[in-house]
Design a protein around this ligand. Structure first.
Ligand code: ADP
Ligand code: MG
Length: 323
């Protein structure tokens, strides 16, 4: 029988150059840079709820870390360390090997050291904690959007949800688009560089990562900042060719699992943001405006208009035309 210590030693022990002390003692020891704050986030991934039981373990390893790094990206923090608490079923050597391969591919790509965790036997269940650094007082927060700000979103939100629909057989995508959508779903790229540069260059007031859907996550920013917004579908990223346009729009507005960044920025930063988009080779779309909210609990704080200027009715799970 493989012991817990064998599992840790075999699969989860890698050099940790960014830690004073990595796995193996009662605690890891970390030394944050002078003048920095720690950004810390944790997420639970339960088999059957957050991922399908037959999910490719290598992709799962990447994604489990990547979705956590997306939270650091949204704060403009630089990822440094991670802890992994997992319960793993017995006799899963091949699975663990593949999971660790995907996990460390992501860790290496983003410069993260796995400094500790907990390993037990049981139904598959993962809890990731990530720690990043950010210069004190400069983190991008949800509650700092101001009336007059532009709203921006990175990349191509909606691809992951289209990929999931394709996998589940509820739609058929063209072959090329399916490949892109499955990559977005299975190997998301957290926008770490974008978040860091927005913060470092002082380009954004507020930011959030899109994990639950563009409009739903935007609403969190509006609520926390006590502001309202108008969004126009004509200014959103072009819908991808090769998918049903109604479904593609629905996925773009409400699909989850994309890990793009939505942020608010003053109009004076438009030029600098275009330059940043070119530098990062990442499209940035200016898709709306922030306004003062009519009341503190404004129920209509988010208005979405279509290409004819007609408001769309939105709910948490989707949207529809009025009437
Ligand atoms: P303790 O009983 O003191 O909590 P453990 O036996 O749980 O210690 O873990 C031993 C060491 O291995 C600790 O330093 C812990 O952080 C590390 N560790 C346990 N599981 C993992 C894992 N999945 N990945 C990385 N390090 C781990
Ligand atoms: Mg322990």
């Amino acid at each position: 029988m493989v012991s817990e210590f064998d599992v840790i030693a075999r699969y989860f022990s890698r050099p940790t150059p960014q830690a004073v002390l990595g796995p193996g003692d009662d605690c890891a020891l970390l030394a944050p840079a002078a003048g920095s704050e720690l950004a810390i986030s944790t997420d639970m991934l339960v088999e059957g709820s957050h991922f399908l039981p037959d999910t490719d373990p290598c992709q799962l390893g990447w994604k489990a870390l990547a979705v956590n790094l997306s939270d650091l990206a949204a704060m403009g923090a630089t990822p440094r360390w991670a802890l992994l608490a997992g319960s793993f079923p017995e006799g899963r050597a091949v699975w663990l090997e593949a999971f660790a391969t995907g996990f460390f591919a992501c860790a290496t790509h983003f410069g993260v050291d796995l400094v500790g965790g907990d390993t037990t036997r049981g139904p598959l269940n993962l809890c990731l904690t990530v720690i990043g650094e950010v210069a004190a007082g400069t983190a991008l927060r949800r509650d700092r959007a101001l009336p007059g700000d532009d709203l921006w979103v990175s990349g191509q939100p909606g691809l992951a949800a289209l990929g999931l629909a394709h996998l589940q057989g509820t739609t058929r995508l063209s072959e090329g688009l399916a490949r892109r959508c499955l990559a977005a779903l299975q190997q998301p790229r957290p926008r770490v560089e974008l978040g860091r540069e927005l913060r470092r260059r002082g380009l954004a007031h507020a930011a959030i990562d899109v994990s639950d859907g563009l409009l739903g996550d935007l609403e969190h920013v509006l609520e926390r900042s006590a502001v309202a917004a108008e969004v126009s579908t004509t200014q959103l990223p072009y819908l991808p060719a090769g998918a049903d346009p109604t479904l593609a729009r629905r996925c773009q507005l409400s699909g989850g699992d994309d890990y793009e960044l939505v942020f608010s920025a003053p109009p004076a930063k438009r030029g600098a943001l275009s330059a940043l988009a070119a530098e990062l080779d990442l499209p940035l779309w200016r898709f709306g405006r922030v306004f003062a909210a009519a009341t503190a609990t404004d129920a209509t704080r988010l208005t979405v208009v279509d290409e004819n200027g007609q408001p769309l009715a939105i709910d948490r799970t989707g949207f529809d035309h009025f009437g």
